[in-house]
Design a protein around this ligand. Structure first.
Ligand SMILES: NC(=O)C1=CN([C@@H]2O[C@H](COP(=O)(O)OP(=O)(O)OC[C@H]3O[C@@H](n4cnc5c(N)ncnc54)[C@H](O)[C@@H]3O)[C@@H](O)[C@H]2O)C=CC1
Ligand SMILES: CC(C)=CCC[C@@H](C)[C@H]1CC[C@H]2C3=C(CC[C@]12C)[C@@]1(C)CCC(=O)C[C@@H]1CC3
Length: 345
């Protein structure tokens, strides 16, 4: 049954708050005077004043008890894209998000902010300065992205100003920063195995990489601007560093910062994409007898060899968004935060 939550209450919950983005969000919310609860499959750290609830977001009862008295919910939980598990993506990102919405309404939550992804409009071909009115990808690059599309639609369609349940979605792209378990560790692992020597394509493709604190800033602005009759209701927002960079320059800056060599030799995009596709098909065929995870999946090759950068104009206009950390400073802070990943460490 809906408990009436005091309007203006600063009690919020972060679903997925033990993860990379979630933890940065929890820390910033606490700095800004929010009282924060985390709901996640596991507790990965301790922070004074933060309450942890462990559970699966597909479990409505577990969610309900974590959401009592909460007025604002951030939903940034998802299985990792690399898990490549279609049934899991569908269970958590689609059916689990339906459960999150139902539990929020039942618990009297007033605002729900979803962490979506800019990739919901990406089909593996160039996007230059893409705005939010681009159509959802008809052929998403993988199952993860297909379920992020469904998830975003569910959350935005649930926005109900008349009944006081407001929603919005943040679409970040290429999040990086201290404690990121994905981008920098995968890059370093690839370099350590001697596979980061090649540039896919001509190396001139521009991409957005977004420092995690800017993504957090976008989420908090969206939550604070989301009010009845505000333009934010039921809308998605691209949040990036607003500094598109050559994909391979960004990779090189991180690698060189950590003491590895930058990739130098060019390979044609179509050749690498074709090989990655063949390898992926082979993993599908061989799955019943053996399992291996190729480094260069078709999805990663598409992300590495095409332009895909997005306009933040809508976020600037509606939310007053402006990145708080530049790309240069973000890379420097990230590199310094990984002493154990340095060459020779
Ligand atoms: N990392 C990136 O570059 C990008 C990430 N995103 C989105 O940002 C969000 C956060 O991503 P990251 O922090 O990078 O991932 P992460 O893997 O570090 O964090 C995800 C968290 O969700 C939790 N979780 C997963 N399934 C759950 C379940 N069934 N019930 C409860 N908790 C569950 C995990 O335990 C984990 O703590 C995700 O929604 C992701 O799709 C969007 C664009 C880019
Ligand atoms: C070619 C190679 C081995 C590059 C290493 C870096 C990649 C692991 C990252 C480069 C772009 C990243 C990215 C994501 C994951 C990590 C990369 C592929 C996402 C797929 C994460 C989830 C999303 O919602 C979209 C991201 C786009 C960029």
């Amino acid at each position: 049954m809906a408990t009436r939550v005091r309007p203006g209450s600063k009690r919020c919950a972060v679903i997925g708050g033990s993860g990379f983005l979630g933890r940065h969000l929890v820390e910033k919310l606490q700095d800004r005077g929010y009282s924060v609860s985390v709901f996640d499959l596991h507790q990965s750290y301790q922070l004074q004043g933060v309450t942890f609830h462990t559970g699966d977001l597909c479990d409505r009862q577990a969610l309900l008890s974590a959401l009592q008295g909460v007025s604002l919910v951030f939903h940034c939980a998802s299985p990792a894209p690399a898990s490549d598990d279609r049934a899991l993506f569908e269970r958590v990102n689609i059916r689990g998000t339906q459960t999150v919405i139902a539990a929020c309404i039942e618990a009297g939550v007033q605002k729900l902010i979803l962490t979506s992804s800019a990739s919901v409009v990406f089909e593996g071909t160039d996007i230059k300065n893409g705005r939010e009115d681009l159509p959802y990808a008809r052929k998403p690059i993988d199952y993860y992205t297909a379920t992020k599309i469904q998830q975003e639609k569910l959350v935005l369609e649930a926005c109900d100003e008349q009944n006081g349940f407001l929603t919005a979605a943040i679409r970040p792209h290429g999040i990086f920063g201290p404690r990121d378990p994905q981008l920098v560790p995968i890059l370093v692992d690839t370099a350590r195995r001697g596979k980061m020597k090649f540039i896919i394509g001509d190396g001139k493709n521009l991409v957005d990489f977004t420092f995690v604190e800017n993504v957090v800033h976008g989420h908090i602005l969206a939550a604070e601007c989301l009010r009845p009759d505000s333009p934010t209701c039921g809308k998605p927002y691209h949040i990036t560093n607003d500094e598109p960079v050559r994909f391979w320059d960004f990779m090189s800056d991180v690698l060189v910062g950590l003491g590895y060599s930058a990739p130098r030799y060019h390979l044609p995009y179509t050749l690498v994409y074709g090989l990655a596709l063949l390898l992926w098909l082979l993993t599908l065929v061989l799955r019943p007898v053996m399992s291996f995870k190729p480094t260069f999946t078709p999805m990663r090759v598409a992300l590495a060899g095409t332009h895909h950068y997005y306009s933040c104009e809508r976020a600037k206009e509606d939310l007053g968004y402006k990145p708080v950390v530049s790309l240069k400073d973000g890379i420097q802070r990230t590199v310094l935060s990984y002493p154990h990943l340095r060459h020779g460490a």
